[in-house]
Ligand binder design. Structure first.
Ligand SMILES: [Fe+2]
Length: 212
């Protein structure tokens, strides 16, 4: 049995997390971890049998806006590993945002357009800063396709659902993605703002005030 909190009681999810934890214990290099994790992650992404209906729903009270849901499926005790489904309604675009963690992101349902951005001075961003940013590429993601996230290189993007049904992407990220304070960016001005996306099925602790 793996430690941590499972929100989905499916053998395939338990087996996946057990495998992930074994890899994290024996391998410390992020790119090597990701290379090994691609195979079990692809298997989970291509298996349409395990994700319950409740984790495929949009969320009208979204912290990201636009009805975008972030359903936590598993989190370890240290909160430096989260598996979640991100559900984005048809036609809705996320803010341009970062993640502040390495991981794997892939499409489980629907179709997405993803724009990746290059951001200058990516470290030590503060709300109100203006950064220079440019679009690196735009691509379409179909079910079963996935990519590695390795900050700071490719940490900033926005996604839009271009299918008639909501898109669902499966995220395995090495932080408490819903509760960490991260950044969103205005494409026109480069303005940086802090935000927390929240989890749709778990409250976040109160943020620690500056100076504490
Ligand atoms: Fe994202």
């Amino acid at each position: 049995m793996s430690g941590g909190e499972f929100f989905v009681q499916e053998p395939s999810v338990h087996a996946f997390i057990t495998e992930v934890q074994a890899v994290l214990e024996r391998e410390t290099d992020v790119s090597k971890r990701l290379a090994i994790l691609r195979t079990p992650y692809r298997k989970l992404l291509e298996d349409q049998s395990w994700l319950p209906e409740e984790f495929r729903q949009i969320n009208p009270n979204s912290g990201m806006g636009g009805g975008i849901a972030s359903w936590l499926l598993y989190q370890n005790l240290e909160k430096d590993l989260s598996l979640f489904s991100l559900v984005v309604p048809p036609g809705v675009t996320t803010p341009i945002h970062n993640h502040l963690a390495w991981g794997l992101v892939g499409l489980y349902q629907g179709e997405q357009e993803e724009e990746e951005f290059e951001v200058e001075h990516h470290d030590h961003l503060h709300p109100g800063d203006n950064v220079r940013m440019s679009r690196r590429f735009l691509r379409v993601l179909k079910p079963g396709e996935f990519y590695e996230l390795i900050p700071p290189y490719n940490d900033v993007h926005r996604i839009k659902t271009i299918s008639a049904e909501p898109s669902i992407s499966l995220h395995l990220l090495a932080n408490d993605t819903g509760c960490v304070v991260r950044q969103k960016f205005d494409a026109a001005t480069g303005r940086v703002d802090a935000f927390r996306s929240g989890w749709s099925n778990k409250p976040c602790p109160e943020p620690v005030a500056d100076g504490d």
